[in-house]
Design a protein around this ligand. Sequence first.
Ligand code: NAI
Length: 437
Amino acid sequence: MSREIKSVAVLGGGTMGTGIAGACANDGVRVLLLDVTRQAAEAARERIVAGRPPALDDPAKIELVSTGSFDTDLDQIGDYDWICEAIVEDLATKRQLFARLEPLRRDGSVVSTNTSGIPLRDVVAGMPERLGRDIAVTHFFNPVKVMRLMELIPGEETTADVIDAFAAFCGGRLAKGVVYAKDTVNFIGNRIGCFWMLSGLHKAKAALDAGLDMETIDLLMSQPVGLPPTGLYGLIDLIGLDVMDLVAKNLEINLPADDAGRAFTRFPEAEARMLARGQLGRKTGGGFYRVTKQDDGSRLREVFDLTAEDWRDVRAPADAGHADATALLFADDAAGGFAWELMGGALLYAAGLVPEISDDIVNIDRAMRWGFAWRQGPFEMLDALGPDRVIDRLKSEGTALPAMLQVLSVAGAASFYRADGTEFLGRDGAFAAVPPE
Ligand code: NAI
């Protein structure tokens, strides 16, 4: 059966539901937006028009969005092709809603959950077989209008036509970058991105102890390695230490027993104290950085010095003078040692996650570029560093090669991509054509 999505029922009008509903309406798609109360759904509809950035290029398209409540209007989902659940991240609550909606949707409709961390197998366990065949995770990123990445994850029973329907609609009409992931904790982007952030707090602590300051750490972890200007601490300020803590707790439960990320699921002590006193990031007026308005109207930018555990003025970072990632990661100084530990460590972590989180390197590279704004994905970065050079270093350190570096080494390949990036190295050691984006 081939299926086509032409209308969408979004369940939950929070941050993500509003974003998804707005993206669909902006594309001329008929949307039903339901929430716990009609008022909540109405407020979400308002935010589609008035949000920043506004979801709709033409405000008149809001007419495509009708609203209602779960209690009085759930049966209307029978008129929609895609039932998109985006309610709170709570397994029992999601399962209750799926149990209620399953008898009300029509045959041929497809269903998704926008969970960021709950395994799909837990969502569908014991549910009717039809739901198991028709459901996938559609993991959008916030803000939906801006972020290109959408991770698509089938369950064990999900049929191919369902995945094709989501890929065609989200990749085609919504113009998202669809990445194929697996039902593993945090999928691809957040698995690697959160490893980078959580291991980063620990590796940065060692660097602070070795004399680097926080401004320099953030500088090193931005432009020189092709990451956004927020660096490490700036990015966590944006996300919030409380959110990072929830992510870490979920990782602690769901990471495989031998996963390298297990060493970093608890914050270093200074960050744990920040969390405990509610110093969470931008949303609480300060985390690692804060900006305060002075009496004379000027703005004072301060950093929370983790060593002194006190605020001080932000100072210009020490210019490490490393031209690019290769120069930095192989530099024989404190900056180089830190960058190798953190950035190099994240690349090696990614290289060990095929096939656990993805069948190929292409989906991993795309997830990091589209979801975390890395200029290059991990395997593209390894190519830039020179895989042979990385392998030599690991061997000299007595470190085992992660899976994909082992594949490259055995295959005698010089890089993960070749032919101007049109071919990639597969798990079998053979090169194959990179699929279109
Ligand atoms: P939110 O807190 O903004 O919205 C939650 C929605 O759930 C609201 O519409 C609320 O009325 C509804 N809700 C609350 N209690 C409920 C209940 N007992 N029964 C039914 N509905 C209830 O949350 P957000 O951020 O939109 O997250 C929604 C889902 O998307 C979660 O599973 C989250 O993990 C996931 N997600 C969030 C991202 C983000 O950056 N915020 C990114 C990707 C996924």
